[in-house]
Design a protein around this ligand. Structure first.
Ligand code: NDP
Length: 476
């Protein structure tokens, strides 16, 4: 037994993770259900480090030092269970199974419990950064036991992205915590992308400018508070020309956004936990809407003239307004995402450190951004922060952006440009800061039709008004 860690599942992600480990000097056992992938890895990259290939799971396990650490990087769902079932009888108490696939956190909770019954550690680990990240340094979000992290931490922290000398990896919490946090990361990624797409759409309509010109605006924005990987690649995509037609690339791509499901999982979980993650929800629904081609065609035919014309007089002010509105909406989306993590952590008793989570998203992952350092500071300064919106730097940005935010959303509504995420983020902000919400009327209606009772502003207790009888109030 010579390998310090093993990887089974050598498609794009597993293969690159194994190479990353080997390049950092670890001896890596490698295995894949179809041995062709294992042979391919050795043939193409065998010189990058020390790989110990095996064609059977039993041989693979036999090459690992104890306690064994096996990374499973296969298709999420049933394939992960199939691989775990094959592994478990070959392992011994104290060994560690690491699932780096995109598992749903409730599957991870179930698997952790089952493997604990065998004396094994099961570590559901979120990995972000795509195939490039896996090779050059991803953001790594491991769940599982403290004991398993003592073995895995030094390995993962070495292969993760590094920002200011700090690895983008930390132990998130027990059982499903890592996969939960990865799920919310992806949800935030949905919101971030939708907001960027709306900003692009607004600029395009308001300025009547082409993608190449807009690419320059995004490139400029990437020098300020919005600096992030997603803004950077937005400029890149907008500047790209389709080779076949010579047209802007964005104009030849079908405008129907696809999804693999992590946005949906995030929204489903938020509904269960009662956390209003409106930005992520709008982003997820916006992708769904884009895919309803038949409905869109029918609506286009039925309402050909419903949109207004957009004449932006002061182009520079408009661009700055959109930038401010984008930043304010983005702050709302992140505030909601971190609320979601806090709610999940409380529900499942994970003890997730919010500042620490922001720290490991600063590099390696898709939402990596300068901004995340501010979030880290905010939660490190005040772990019980009621909402990110009220942390000093964020409150300042939002306050400064409110007039622009309102102008952009109102102008877009008048011009018939859809801004679901911009508008809902502004509505969330206004609802959160309102002195009184019409929720009082909702309570009145619920009591009227269903005797659901209400509480009063001036006295403790629950009350019911006898609506159908004498309209007197009684304590419930
Ligand atoms: P895929 O999700 O395409 O999965 C292919 C791999 O799974 C192959 O190694 C395949 O083996 C193996 N596999 C499938 N079914 C079984 C089975 N029943 N038993 C054993 N092995 C099986 O690979 P990716 O590399 O794209 O992703 C791996 C995991 O990482 C997934 O869970 C994915 O969601 C997650 N992930 C992916 C990211 C990405 O950017 N692609 C980013 C972050 C996470 P074989 O070669 O024999 O078919």
């Amino acid at each position: 037994a010579t390998a310090q860690i093993g990887v089974t599942g050598l498609a794009v992600m597993g293969r690159n993770l194994a190479r990353n480990l080997a390049r950092h000097g670890f001896t890596v056992a490698v295995h894949n259900r179809s041995p062709g992938r294992t042979r391919g890895l050795l043939a193409e990259h065998g010189d990058e480090g020390t790989f110990v290939p095996s064609e059977s799971m039993a041989d693979f396990v036999a090459t690992l030092e104890r306690p064994r650490a096996v990374i499973v990087m296969v298709k999420a769902g049933a394939p992960t269970d199939a691989v775990i079932d094959e592994l478990v009888p070959l392992l011994e108490a104290g060994d560690i199974v690491v699932d780096c696939g995109n598992a749903h956190f409730t599957d991870t909770i179930r698997r952790e419990e089952a493997l604990r019954g065998h004396g094994l550690h099961f570590v559901g680990t979120g990995v972000s950064g795509g195939e490039e990240g896996a090779l050059h340094g991803p953001s790594i979000m491991p769940g599982g036991s403290d004991e398993s992290y003592r073995k895995l931490g030094p390995i993962f922290e070495k292969i993760a992205a590094q920002v200011d000398g700090v690895p983008c990896c930390r132990h998130i919490g027990p059982d499903g915590a890592g996969h939960f946090v990865k799920m919310v990361h992806n949800g935030i990624e949905y919101a971030d992308m939708q907001l960027i797409a709306e900003a692009y759409d607004l600029l395009r309509a308001g300025l009547s400018a082409g993608p190449a010109e807009l690419a320059k605006i995004f490139r400029r924005w990437n020098d300020g508070e919005l600096e992030s990987f997603l803004i950077e690649i937005t400029a890149d995509v907008l500047a790209h020309t389709d080779a076949a037609t010579g047209r802007p690339f964005v104009d030849v791509v079908l405008d129907q956004a696809e999804q693999k499901g992590t946005g949906r999982w995030t929204v489903q979980s938020a509904l269960d936990l009662g956390v209003p993650i409106t930005g992520i929800a709008e982003a997820t629904f916006a992708r769904s809407l884009s895919g309803h081609a038949d409905q869109r065609a029918a609506a286009r035919r039925a309402f050909p003239d419903a949109g207004g014309n957009w004449q932006v007089d002061d182009r520079e002010t408009f661009v700055e307004d959109v930038r401010r509105a984008l930043l304010a909406s983005k702050i709302v989306a992140y505030a909601q995402g971190f609320d979601h993590i806090r709610a999940g952590s409380r529900e499942y008793d994970w003890g997730v450190d919010l500042g620490g989570t922001a720290t490991i998203w600063r590099g390696g992952c898709i939402i990596r951004a300068r901004f995340l350092d501010r979030i880290r500071q905010a939660y490190d300064t005040e772990p019980e922060l009621p909402t990110l919106l009220v942390a000093p730097w964020f409150a300042e940005q939002v306050s400064a952006g409110v007039p622009a935010w309102r102008r952009v959303v109102a102008d877009a509504a008048r011009a018939g440009v859809p801004t679901p995420a911009f508008s809902s983020s502004l509505a969330y902000f206004d609802a959160l800061r309102a002195q009184r919400l019409p929720a009082a009327l909702i309570q009145g209606l619920r009591d009227n039709f269903g005797a659901h009772t209400y509480r009063r502003v001036d006295r403790d207790g629950s009350f019911h008004t006898r609506w159908a009888a004498d309209r007197a109030e009684e304590a419930a």
